[in-house]
Design a protein. Structure first.
Ligand code: GLU
Ligand code: ZN
Length: 297
């Protein structure tokens, strides 16, 4: 049991929602887990709105998420960052990687990739077609990064050692899509570095993205944060709660029981009387008693 208060004033955590809809129970769990871990350590908790993919964004969702967090009593430090305003920083990172001769254009269609590849840990493993036969940049193209098979390993605070060989397990991955949109893997790494994030606490659906992010951090000379991947909330059909699976929005008028459900989901054991108090007494209890060892893994 981690019973001692581990004060780490340099701790900088974050919650990075995609504004595809209001908070639902799944995103609430990621928000609460990242918030409590930061507050337990007396660190900072930042918000980043991951609206890099404007096609997926739902107008008004970012503001609604911020409003919900505020009403849930979750106070963030520093100014909110929006990925839609950070293209220059992503381009700069892309240029640094390009100078290392690691970027190449790819004009393959989805169908061509499907017909020529095997399924890896995270969908299709791109077989490197356009690396072997360079594509003309006159055509609309995505930009991929050349990977290798050196193992990339890290210690997840909850899940222990996790390792991948990128070339075999995921393949050369996209950093900028053919429609010009920067990929999540690049944006998240540039922004975690820009916000000086020391601890990334997020859902375990992103565990298998982490080696790609560490690979980019190494090439860009960024520090590598600590990672803690929380269990993912699923519905009765075993699907991850999300907008696509029609997860219900958190109802702010009834916040306390939902916060209590979220910490229960994370294995924490608040006393039943917690429901008779208010949101601020809930947070006081939850911050003081946060215990990562109680989370299912
Ligand atoms: N924006 C991502 C999501 O909502 C989270 C990214 C991250 O925490 O690294 O799933
Ligand atoms: Zn290609």
């Amino acid at each position: 049991m981690k019973s001692t208060q581990l004060i780490d004033l340099n701790y900088r955590g974050r919650f990075a929602p995609s504004p595809t809809g209001p908070l639902h129970f799944g995103s609430l769990v990621a928000a609460v887990g990242s918030y409590l871990d930061a507050k337990y350590h007396h660190g900072k908790w930042l918000i980043r709105i991951e609206d890099v993919d404007s096609q997926r964004e739902v107008p008004g969702a970012a503001n609604e998420i911020l409003y919900q967090l505020e009403r849930l009593g979750m106070e963030w430090d520093e100014e909110v960052i929006y990925q839609s305003q950070r293209s220059e920083a992503y381009l700069e990172a892309l240029n640094i990687l390009n100078k290392q001769d690691l970027i190449y254009p790819c004009t393959c269609s989805r169908k061509e990739i499907a017909d020529s590849s095997i399924i890896g840990l995270n969908g299709r493993v791109y077989p490197g077609t356009c690396l072997k036969n360079p594509a003309s940049i006159k055509n609309v193209h995505a930009l991929r990064i050349q990977t290798n098979d050196d193992p990339i390993q890290f210690e997840d605070i909850l899940n222990g050692t996790y390792s991948q060989r990128l070339k075999s397990d995921v393949g050369d991955f996209v950093l900028r899509r053919a429609d010009g949109i920067f990929a999540y893997q690049l944006a998240v790494v540039v922004d975690d570095a820009a916000q000086n994030i020391t601890h990334v606490v997020r859902g375990a659906d992103l565990l298998d993205s982490t080696p790609r992010q560490i690979f980019l951090q190494q090439l860009l000379g960024y520090p590598i944060p600590q990672y803690l991947h929380l269990p993912v909330v699923t519905n009765a059909r075993g699907e991850k709660l999300s907008k696509q699976t029609n997860a219900a929005s958190i109802t702010i008028s009834n916040a306390l029981p939902q916060l209590v459900d979220a910490v229960h989901f994370l294995g924490q054991q608040p006393p039943p009387e917690i429901l008779e108090g208010d949101i601020s007494s809930f947070w006081q209890w939850a911050q003081q008693n946060w215990c990562v060892d109680l989370i299912a893994h």
